[in-house]
Write a protein that binds this ligand. Structure first.
Ligand SMILES: [Zn+2]
Length: 377
């Protein structure tokens, strides 16, 4: 387990890229972003909006939203600054929602005067795919994480609204790609289209092989190639056009009525209270990276803070030491109650994911062999 020389990101993230100086691609991409002429990129976005803008009053773009801070920022940008008429599409998970999350989605529609379509997938199906994801992959929300992209895409095609807005290109931000591009098309079509079929397993095959009938996978099955060819959807990441900053989005969202968790819930293992706050159990999904790859959400957030100069690498190391391993009790309780596990069953399933190359068991507790704080503190 090697750590980036600049931030606290380990090389255990699947697909991570480190250069010969031992610097991670996320840091390199951040550096590249600082040299981008954002005025030019904003103009590119305006041109794209002009291309899809309609005068007949019909929606001229779809925005994929959750109701969170980024959704507020995306809607603000498209509606107020780009003067577009967006339809918001939200793919909700059926875990217990926080008070803030419930208020925020409502606030998003009200503050920006937008229509919202909320897609609630079958709870029965959600529970089964989440069980498979958790027990077989250690990735509980793999199904709905894919649906977050495919469902807004499907709605946009069905409603004949070609421009589809997504927020951040996570692969670029977290450095699993060097490709700085705005198109989400390749990402959505991967594993779906006839062309992608030749490249390997389709995402629907994965679930079918694990007992989910194809007629239950509506959320993931994309329109036919002919329909896509007719509508010519253009799904884009806005983080290509506008410098992306979680905290700036949060501040802007607050101005429009967004509530963070500050007065509701201090989450163990989280060093901020404005990200992924819509539902309680969601962070169990994020935490599962810890046994598998030896890092979790605090590493992600603290590394971002180091890149933007908010904290030093040493401070980040201390945060990682203090918080990264912790799984929030309330999040776990909500997860096991919803899924029907006893705490003991939950931990028995987690047990199979501790990676023995990264962890050693000392007195019954899994400990990281090479924690970042030994290196820098
Ligand atoms: Zn780095």
């Amino acid at each position: 387990m090697k750590y980036c020389k600049r931030c606290v990101m380990p090389d255990t993230r699947p697909g991570s890229i480190f250069d010969e100086e031992g610097v991670c691609q996320a840091c390199r991409n951040y550096e590249r972003n600082e040299k981008v002429d954002w005025k030019v990129r904003r103009e590119e976005l305006k041109c794209l909006c002009d291309q899809y803008r309609r005068k007949d009053g019909y929606y001229d773009c779809v925005i994929a939203v959750s109701g969170g801070k980024d959704s507020h920022f995306l809607t603000y940008l498209m509606k107020e600054e780009m003067d577009m008429n967006p339809l918001l599409i939200c793919v909700a998970d059926p875990f217990t929602h926080t008070d803030a999350g419930i208020c925020n989605l409502k606030n998003l529609g009200e503050s920006f005067n937008c229509d919202i379509v909320t897609f609630n997938m079958s709870i029965d199906l959600f529970r089964r795919v989440t069980r498979i994801g958790f027990e077989k992959l250690g990735e509980p929300l793999r199904f709905i994480e894919a649906a977050i992209y495919t469902v807004p895409f499907k709605y946009a095609v069905a409603f004949n609204i070609p421009l589809i807005i997504f927020g951040e290109n996570a692969a670029y931000t977290y450095g699993t790609t060097t490709e700085d591009s705005y198109s989400v098309k390749k990402f959505i079509l991967a594993g779906h289209s006839a062309a992608a079929e030749k490249l390997g397993e389709r995402i629907t095959d994965f679930w079918q092989d694990r007992g989910i009938p194809v007629n239950e996978m509506n959320a993931l099955i994309l329109p036919s190639d002919e329909t896509i060819e007719r509508v010519r959807p253009e799904p884009i990441f806005l983080s290509y056009f506008i410098p992306w900053d979680d905290e700036k989005n949060w501040m802007l969202a607050k101005r429009y009525g967004f509530k963070d968790l500050h007065h509701e819930w201090r989450r163990e293992g989280c060093i901020e209270d404005y990200g992924q706050i819509d539902s309680m159990a969601y962070i169990v999904h994020l935490w599962m990276k810890y046994p598998k790859f030896g890092f979790s959400r605090t590493t992600d957030i603290a590394s971002r803070w180091v890149r933007k100069g908010k904290i030093t690498r040493e401070e980040a190391g201390r945060l990682v030491m203090e918080y990264d391993y912790r799984l929030d009790q309330r999040a776990m309780d909500d997860f096991i109650t919803f899924m029907g596990y006893k705490p003991r069953q939950f931990w028995d399933i987690v047990e199979q994911y501790w990676n023995p190359e990264l962890f050693e068991k000392v007195d019954g507790i899994w400990r990281l062999k090479h924690p970042i704080y030994r290196e820098i503190i």
